[in-house]
Design a protein around this ligand. Sequence first.
Ligand SMILES: [Zn+2]
Length: 768
Amino acid sequence: MQPKFGSEDNTRRSFLKKTAVATVIISTADLISPGSNHSDAQRKKPDRIPWYKSVTRWGQVNITEKDPAQYDIGWWRKFWKRTETKGVIINAGGIVAYYPTRVPLHRTAEFLAGRDLFGDLSRAAHEDGLAVFARMDSNRAHEEFYKAHPGWFAADASGKPYKAGDLYITCVNSPYYNEHIPAILREIAELYHPEGFTDNSWSGLGRESICYCEFCKKSFHDKTGYSLPEVKNWNNEVYRQWVRWNYDRRLEIWDLNNRTTKSIGGVHCIWSGMNSGSISGQSRSFRDYKEICRRAEIIMLDDQARSDSSGFQHNGEIGKMIHGLLGWDKLVPESMAMYQAGRPTFRLASKPTPEARMWMLNGIAGSIQPWWHMVSAYHEDRRMYKTPGPVMKWHSDNEQFLINRKPVATVGVVWSQQNTDFYGRDDAEELVELPWRGMTQALIRSRIPYLPIHIDDVDRDAAQFSLLILPNLAAMSKNQVASIRRFVEQGGSLIATGETSLFNERGDISSDYALADLFGAHFKESASPPSSKLAGEAYHTYLRLTPELRGQPDGPKNDNEPTVTGIRHKVLSGFEETDILPFGGLLQPLNVEPNAEVLMTFIPQFPVYPPETAWMHTPKTDIPGLIINRTAKGSRILFLPADIDRQFAVSNLPDHGNLLRNLVRWAAKDNLPIAVEGAGLVDCHLYEQEYHMILHIVNLTSAATWRQPVDELIAIGPLRVKIRLLKNVRGNNLRLLVSNEKIFGEVKNGWCHFVLKSILDHEVVVLT
Ligand SMILES: [Zn+2]
């Protein structure tokens, strides 16, 4: 059992007193006096930690303006209890107030009718020992506000306000953010003492529009010396400075709001705006994930449902990505929709339980904490009330193994938001996200645990990795290039794809790859544009494996016996029956150094239709698709100018997935901490705690794997698993947290071998 909020004394006073004194995690020695009779289990449980580190299950009724008339607080209190909810997010103010506010122009919800709904709910939650996150939405306001302060709203070059439906978008540089929102935060903090504040949509106007209000004009000029850019132009330095200036302003807002809430509510009364699960979404909203995580105590993740393209596994990945920036001792609760979110959206219809459940479970596998989310306090579709309970209960029972743990992986996949911004620009999906997704899907498909690693953290985290993968990480600064070099100099291996290191951090193309010497290949400037600029198209192109194992490409032989003309490299194993692979992208000639080896070459496009014309017009070129290089210290470098990663994300061809798997295994020198055998698509996450290893396997095998929603779970098994044991884990005793069984592991040469008979949705194995 984790420490419960107010469990000893269900009053808000005691709750506040407790949180006020809590500052840091107190060591066991501080908690337990010598000779006390606490059990070992109790000894390990510090009981005074800040709420944002101890509230591990959240719930949210997103209140509609109609709800004050129909919100049955008594019913929901029982629901909180039934679902083991430890904290609630309650709509407080912003667009509308759910309490009687005195802040001028802070309009109350249409059906509030004098009721103090936020106050009633906050008091109920505190009485029940729950933490309260007061939810704001500072992004927009009503017409009456606009008429009173038209200058506080975002406007285009002609002075016309930007609108979202009937509402007006507020300007982040105006007194709306500097005075009005802080006044609301102070009022709520003084009246209701919520533990903290969150904000649904706090970062103002997105990147697609430029605000030309007087506040923006002045601020931009003061800070950069320039006038606001007239148009979007990524090649223009002023536009790029505008992008950076926008990021900086959002960080200022983050800091200002925290100063405000802490000045009234104390040091733990934090403000934490919600953030997205999509890096390009963060980019479009000017939210600098790295800098936000550097200053946040908790990340409130608003990423409510899966997309068909990235799957449930995205939730495991984003959890690890954020923890990598935030730290593994902090929490990342995620808003998980119990209604039909995604495409199409039905706010008041229940999401099929298996779909909602799988999203929750895969998030938990990535060390995310569950936060059920419903829109409106009253539902005619009551089926959603049954969805969160079982997952929340299971989480509560097994929480000690689901938080405060560190991931175990030898493969790091490197990312940066600057690559999304300044290389991806308006095509980040094709240029940045697809290569990432194809690479990580191939890793998941191959049951290879990996960690997303921010490029600025490479030096910090390098020691744990054998291999770093750079999936089209094109825009890199000199320092970032240097950190990759240091990793390789220490013996680490590298896989780089596409245009990796061909651009500087601002997205200007260079004359050569900054990592060209490691790749053993140099960029040739040519008349035609670089291949990735044509990303997203599918071309009828192929890759020729070298050497060919059968026949001559320009003169097919009639006999069926292969004429072996050479021995292929191990990374091409499994393709002995073919000399070509389907590709789909385009390639340019490169200058390859003599020591580097070209393992695949490009076959240019030829017609698909009509079949009579579907023959290779140029069967052979020396344009490289895959180059292999080694360093003096034994690092293995694989450079894939062919965007196999992106092609895999687009086309899902097993050849591409298998090739990527081969490359990773070879480059990592087979230094992988687990192996899982048996049919099915599974997502494997491995962690360590002091005396445990924890393997979380999520079963993604379903008729709806690539098309939401899942309606039926399909069991897989048996799976044969082996895990390389860490020093402090013996590996004899295994607990299965889902099937609730104990099994034995066979330990041989430092590995623990065991069999999982069957997995329906997920299983967690704790090795002791
Ligand atoms: Zn403005």
